[in-house]
Design a protein around this ligand. Structure first.
Ligand code: HEC
Ligand code: HEC
Length: 289
């Protein structure tokens, strides 16, 4: 202990380290509070190693006595969310639509779920608010190509339209122009007549010629007055609501090509409960019959 002399100014023991001949290092102990925090941390960490997963091992890691893992926590969260949904999902599967609509809690669950599924699966074609685009029908209005009843909507969603599914809707309008059933002049005439059904069209003679063509070629599907028939998916041509546009060129194009819009079948892609939720959702959008 020969080196340990006292520092003349502070009266504190020095460590014996000297710099530049005159600067001495004082031997000051660590503050007590600091040491206690350090010891407490060491005790805490040992406890932590015992209780929680901590150390890597050759084939994994030490699990800790609690067996905690974030994967288990997530799995438990999912399981409890599923359990609380199961009650609703079972009720949706079991109850007829009228009963679902009379149960406000269940209906809220169905509409939220239906809206989410619509956003994921249907919005790319029908639009986020189901407002539709050219060739993709608006599902908010009361104008239905095939059916606006709950059962009809469910069938459409399940089996699709011209989807290749054997249960799907598959009637299609002939390609009057492409298959040379009508000449361009006849197509122009019948388009004049079609436009006149909703107050358009300007050429009276063409309209008269077109009316005769319409009776012969079109009325079987669109009805004598052009009001459409749902069994054929043939739209009402007299209501001023157009799937493919109401300019003369649009109508001529529809007659020329037959259009033939395709809606995929969802059976097999979505489970029956999801399809039922979507059907209730679409049915509730406004025009449900
Ligand atoms: C790939 C595009 C596409 C997707 C995706 C799509 N649809 Fe359609 N949907 C169509 C087309 C096109 C029609 C119109 C077919 C026709 O011309 O008759 C249609 C028609 C419908 C109809 C019939 C409307 C009527 O007036 O009778 C309903 C109901 C419908 N879709 C619901 C849905 C739902 C619900 C989904 C999501 C699960 C969906 N669609 C996804 C393209 C699509
Ligand atoms: C076999 C039944 C059938 C016949 C016959 C038929 N149509 Fe159609 N028509 C349809 C169907 C189905 C659609 C819907 C096509 C689609 O959704 O892609 C349609 C769509 C249309 C449209 C588009 C309507 C819109 O809202 O944009 C026009 C216009 C039209 N038809 C006119 C005619 C005219 C004119 C004739 C006669 C020359 C005719 N159709 C004959 C079944 C028929």
């Amino acid at each position: 202990m020969a080196n340990k002399e006292l520092d003349a100014v502070t009266g504190v023991e020095t460590t014996g380290h000297v710099w530049d001949g005159d600067i001495r290092e004082l031997n000051k102990p660590l503050p007590r509070w600091w040491l206690y925090v350090l010891y407490a941390s060491i005790v805490w960490s040992i406890g932590y190693w015992i209780v929680y997963p901590a150390w890597p091992t050759i084939d994994g890691y030490t699990r800790g006595v609690l067996g905690y893992s974030q994967r288990n926590v997530l799995a438990n969260d999912i399981a409890s969310a599923k359990a609380s949904q199961a009650r609703f999902l079972e009720a949706i599967a079991a109850k007829p639509v009228d009963e679902i609509k009379n149960d406000p809690d269940l209906m809220e669950f169905v509409l939220r779920g239906g809206a989410a599924q619509f956003g994921n699966n249907c919005a790319p074609c029908h639009g986020k608010g189901a407002q539709g685009f050219k060739g993709y029908p608006n599902l908010n209005d009361d104008d239905w190509l095939w059916s606006g009843s709950f059962d009809g909507i469910e069938k459409t969603i399940r089996s699709g339209i011209r989807s290749g599914n054997p249960d799907g809707h598959d009637s299609a309008m002939p390609r009057f122009g492409l298959d040379q059933v009508l000449t361009n002049a006849q197509i122009s005439d019948v388009a004049e007549f079609v436009l006149s059904l909703s107050g358009g069209g300007t050429d009276a003679e063409a309209k008269t010629r077109g009316a005769a063509i319409f009776t012969e070629q079109c009325a079987a599907c669109h009805g004598a007055e052009g009001k459409g028939t749902a069994e054929m998916g043939a739209p009402n041509l007299a209501d001023g609501i157009w799937l493919y546009g109401g300019r003369k060129a649009d109508v001529e194009e529809s007659v020329r090509t037959g259009r033939g819009g395709v809606m995929p079948a969802w059976e097999g892609k979505l489970d029956p409960i999801t399809i039922k939720m979507l059907s209730v959702y679409v049915h509730s959008l406004g025009g449900g019959k």
